[in-house]
Design a binder for this molecule. Structure first.
Ligand SMILES: [Zn+2]
Length: 472
């Protein structure tokens, strides 16, 4: 049995080993396990394995030191614990394997329960014996794909055997914590003091010159199984247990954070995200809080972009009064192409000749939308014979253009370097969907919400709120 680094540090007459002495020791250990012609992957693994026991022991002793230094105060209320004389051992899976340490505990009269202050100080959870780094591995892996598929990758990367059920449970727990943080922001946005605090948190990153804040909104759906354990019963009645539900999604960014790659693809350097399965009211509160966090109060102009869905404009009118509204140009063009197909046949030359001038007016003329609307009304009022279906389609599109005519200022959008479409939120939705619509996935409302909150916290660059060691 070879000695460990920790032993040698203490036993060499008070002298510490130099880095190159440690390296020499590691070299000998790893070399003894390797053929001389090993590839580099095996070399890296052998060095990791050779140092594993020493790292594990160093972590264990430092954890013990931190536990010993922890005062006997209640982690929840800060009150003094009625401490017990003995200490209790705890086993935790760390990145370098299982470690064991002892920590004091005591009774908090104010909270009416026993507490282990060192656990809280170390970032350990009462019901999950995983170290913070292993918790993070679980959360990151489960964000990429279901735990059943990621457990093996986690073992490849870390050497740790984490059962898929443990990984899933841990990621879910982190999701619940992310959700609590998110809901705390939404709660803050309900009071003037809370709003002021959120707005103040936005200030340091904001430019001195007047800026435009862009908010894009959309929705996608997610498949959940509502009736767990009732599959057989439902099947007898000829019903299927899974259901589709809306996930309301938003993104918030400053116009000056939007740029383009060398190939012209739009990129946004920094932005906020919101995604929830908890309904429109929850979405509205979360989006508002995120917008305030991103400079809503400091913005000179606010612009909301989306497709034509009524619920979106209701939110815009209710929560973002005074903001400019714009309906996605691509959706508007689709409306014109659909009407062209109804009037002149799908894909025909006549349809193209009819629709193209209108589409050009939208982007080239100051009041292009009004001109299109007048054109459509003129067509309706002309003596031209139309079929019932054509007339209905025409009426429908006149209604559409009439409703949204003030949301179609594409010429001025172009002049001000603003987006004409809601492409940013559409790509956001498809990114979320890639994770949440993986085959064979049926989640519950609460499970979905936890993972959506975790994914969103990660996107919002607030990972350090769950994993303080992540803060640089
Ligand atoms: Zn307490």
């Amino acid at each position: 049995m070879l000695y460990s680094i920790a032993d040698s540090v203490n036993t060499q007459k008070g002298l510490f080993m130099t880095d190159s002495e440690v390296a020499g020791w590691l070299y000998e250990r790893a070399a003894a396990e390797l053929p001389a012609d090993a590839d580099m992957g095996r070399i890296e693994k052998a060095v990791e394995a050779a140092s594993l026991a020493s790292r594990r022991e160093a972590v264990e002793r430092l954890v013990q030191r931190a536990a010993d230094a922890c005062p006997p105060a209640c982690p929840d209320c800060g009150g003094r614990l009625k401490a017990h004389a003995g200490r209790r051992p705890r086993r935790v899976l760390a990145r370098c394997g299982h470690i064991l340490f002892k920590r004091g505990y005591g009774y908090c009269a104010a909270c009416g329960r026993y507490a282990y202050p060192a656990d809280a100080a170390l970032g350990l959870h009462a019901r999950a014996s995983l170290s913070p780094l292993v918790q993070e591995v679980c959360a990151l892996e489960a964000l990429a794909a279901p735990a059943c598929r990621k457990a093996r990758d986690a073992r490849r990367l870390t050497g740790l055997d984490i059962a898929p059920s443990v990984m899933h449970r841990e990621a879910r727990r982190q999701g619940e914590a992310a959700r609590a943080l998110r809901d705390r922001d939404a709660e803050l946005a309900q009071t003037p003091e809370g709003l002021a605090a959120l707005a103040a948190s936005a200030a340091p990153g904001l430019p001195d010159s007047p800026f435009t804040l862009v908010i894009e909104i959309d929705a996608w759906n997610i498949r959940e199984r509502d009736a767990w354990g009732l599959t057989g019963e439902l099947a007898k009645k000829g019903e299927k247990p899974e259901r589709w539900h809306w996930v309301y999604t938003g993104t918030v960014f400053r116009l000056d954070q939007r740029g383009a790659t060398a190939s012209g693809r739009p990129v946004i350097s920094e932005r906020g995200y919101v995604a929830t399965r908890k309904g429109l009211d929850a979405f509205k509160r979360q989006l508002y809080a995120e917008a305030v966090r991103r400079g809503l109060f400091q913005a000179a102009h606010v612009l909301i972009l989306a497709d034509g869905a009524v619920w979106i404009w209701n939110i815009a009118d209710d929560r973002f009064k005074g903001a400019a509204q714009r309906v996605d140009l691509y959706h508007v063009e689709e409306h014109l192409w659909a009407l062209a197909a109804d009037l002149h046949g799908k894909g025909t030359q006549a349809a193209r000749e009819w629709a193209q001038p209108y589409i050009d007016w939208l982007t080239d003329r100051k009041d292009g939308a009004l001109d299109v609307l007048r054109g459509l009304e003129g067509l309706r009022d002309a003596a031209q014979p139309l079929t019932t279906q054509q007339r209905e389609a025409l009426e429908r599109e006149i209604g559409y253009f009439d409703t949204h005519k003030n949301r179609m200022d594409y010429k001025s959008a172009k002049a001000h370097g603003q987006p004409a479409g809601s492409g940013a939120i559409e790509s956001t939705c498809s990114q979320y969907q890639r994770r949440f619509k993986l085959t064979g996935q049926f989640w519950s409302l609460e499970g979905d919400e936890a993972f959506l909150a975790l994914e969103t916290l990660h996107r919002n660059e607030r990972w350090h709120l769950l994993f303080p060691h992540d803060k640089e």
